[in-house]
Ligand binder design. Structure first.
Ligand code: PNS
Length: 163
């Protein structure tokens, strides 16, 4: 039986923290579906197609990785894709409460779907898309936090926004 996990998130943009979870997730699962959440409450920097491309470029030729987007409840999306596992990365303690709340709420909504956590690697503990955007916006280097093509896309985005 093939094991598929949904790896949901905003990915605005992809960081090395995400890359590490995907790489390690592919060692555990047969297939990973990255689910880019379309969140009406959040104003993303990158469009869904830009975010998709940034993820694709990090995993060229990886046939076991699918990149998709979804609107609405994650649990409904997982069911639509026939996956019983939601994969999430856990960083510092600060993530814990939010993740616990989401995992519990999702279990209440559907207890056939399990949320599984992977601890983020030490070197990526403090990496977040939000901080990366803030640093890049003001011209700081984020080369240790994101792949080169993401850093370039950030620079282009902020240059265009400031033009
Ligand atoms: O990368 P993020 O922004 O921390 O990811 C959060 C995400 C997308 C996993 C979460 O907001 C989500 O699942 N959104 C879909 C709507 C939903 O199902 N909400 C209820 C979760 S308890």
């Amino acid at each position: 039986m093939s094991r598929t996990a949904i790896y949901p998130g905003s990915f605005d943009p992809l960081t090395y923290g995400h890359v590490s979870i995907i790489e390690r997730g592919l060692r555990v699962f047969d297939e990973i579906i990255v689910g880019i959440a379309i969140n009406v409450r959040k104003q993303p920097l990158f469009t869904v197609s830009e975010r998709t491309e940034l993820i694709e470029r990090s995993f060229p030729g990886e046939s076991r990785l699918k990149i998709d987007s979804f609107e609405g409840l994650l649990i409904d999306y997982a069911n639509t894709r026939g996956s019983q596992v939601i994969l999430r990365g856990l960083r510092a303690v600060s993530d814990f409460e939010y993740e616990l709340q989401m995992a519990n709420m999702n279990r209440k909504l559907d207890d056939t779907i399990e949320t599984m956590f992977m601890m983020t690697e030490e070197s990526h503990f403090y990496v977040s898309s939000g901080l990366v955007k803030e640093v890049a916006r003001f011209g700081g280097s984020v080369q240790d936090q994101v792949p080169d093509h993401v850093e370039e896309a950030l620079a282009e985005k902020f240059a265009a926004n400031n033009a």
